[in-house]
Design a protein around this ligand. Structure first.
Ligand code: WQD
Length: 333
């Protein structure tokens, strides 16, 4: 049985479907602070299997002890955490508490119960902004532009130190690029509270009339069309990467790091045009000032994952946008 912390969130819920469909037994732990219980019904609807669910906080030792005591958990995918870059400046202690302390508590309980396989959700934001593109796993880590990114970098260090202390640990660190898209059924997707910070949820709110226009954060970057370039990856491709990484851990120990991206950069205008193509609607926008901390370009060299895991992202930007749009139409109204 695999424990998915944060398993009702955007990426965790898609991973749950992937694992259940792959024959794994799944138990979800989530405090539902940024997701809803209905996601469990939807995971069941898609996969035909209902995952076990426990509502609780990953920092709660008592909850974790009970969970590991009661269920035959063999490994963990740790998705639980806070991820809003802007909020991480306002509430750094919450970010360190949820992301760093939460992981520390989880790892301690895993160790106590002799569970040593963990897949951790990290981020491409751990890389130094001055690196050349594309980013391989060898690129320098450091100088993260926000507290959120620093919490991910701290956890990566903690995992490395843990692996040094005991060869029984098998750890996968997955550095996500920009996960977007949704389940093609329209049942699972990303539902941020309030005004979205990220590009795709913002665009779908503009398209459904909930927000007036998109603010393009800068058109004077050193990129082909002047807007920021990112490596958008479909959440379903990302989920499969988790399954492959977990299977790798069965035969390897120590810390293993993989970039999960497509290797292709798309600009803000590329994403806008993809939505216009898919929806047949035009997206009102205006050019605004650059957002603090935004870099011009960021995309992966994902060849290590291909080599080690035989994993490669298959879905195109249009696939991502089509699925995000279907989800938005079913769920935003
Ligand atoms: C993408 C591009 C913006 C919103 C962030 C986190 C990262 C990861 C993913 C994980 C940029 C532009 C955006 C808008 C815009 N988080 N943009 N108008 O910043 O690459 O990555 O999310 O949990 O850690 O840093 O993603 O979607 O916010 O921005 O013009 O309203 O879209 O400037 O070029 P980002 P994003």
């Amino acid at each position: 049985m695999i424990l998915l912390t944060g398993g009702t969130g955007f990426i965790g819920s898609h991973a749950a479907v992937e694992l259940l469909s792959g024959g794994y037994d799944v138990i979800v732990l989530d405090d539902l602070s940024n997701s809803s219980f209905e996601v469990i019904d939807r995971i069941e609807k898609i996969s035909g299997i209902r995952p076990k669910f426990v509502q609780g906080d990953v920092k709660d030792v008592a909850v974790l002890n009970k969970l590991f005591g009661e269920f035959p958990i063999e490994g963990v995918m740790h998705f639980a955490g806070l991820k809003a870059v802007g909020d991480s400046f306002k509430y750094p202690l919450e970010y360190y508490s949820e992301n760093v302390v939460g992981t520390c508590v989880l790892l301690s309980v895993m160790q106590a119960f002799g569970v040593y396989d963990i897949v951790f959700s990290s981020s491409a934001t751990v890389y130094k902004p001055s690196n050349d593109m594309p980013l391989s796993e060898q690129a320098e880590v450091g100088e993260q532009s926000n507290p959120y990114g620093r919490t991910k970098a701290v956890v990566e260090k903690m995992l490395a130190d843990l692996a040094l202390s005991d060869p029984k640990w098998s750890i996968a660190i997955l550095r996500y690029f920009n996960p977007i898209g949704a389940h093609p059924s329209g049942l699972l997707g990303e539902a941020p509270n309030g005004v979205p910070n990220n590009l795709v949820p913002y665009i779908t709110k503009v398209l459904t009339g909930k927000l007036e226009r998109l603010h393009v954060f800068g058109d004077d970057f050193d990129t082909e069309d002047g807007t920021g370039v990112r490596d958008y990856i479909h959440v379903e491709d990302l989920s499969l990467g988790h399954l492959k990484a977990y299977e790798f851990l069965k035969h390897h120990s120590g810390v293993n790091v993989w970039n999960l991206g497509t290797g292709i950069g798309h600009s803000v205008f590329d994403v806008v045009r993809a939505f216009e193509r898919v929806t047949g609607r035009s997206i009102p926008y205006e050019i605004s000032a650059r957002r603090e901390g935004d870099i011009a370009r960021c995309w992966a060299n994902p060849s290590k994952a291909l080599l080690d895991l035989e994993w490669k992202a298959e879905r195109t930007l249009d696939d991502m946008v089509r699925d995000a749009w279907r989800w938005a139409q079913y769920n935003l109204n």
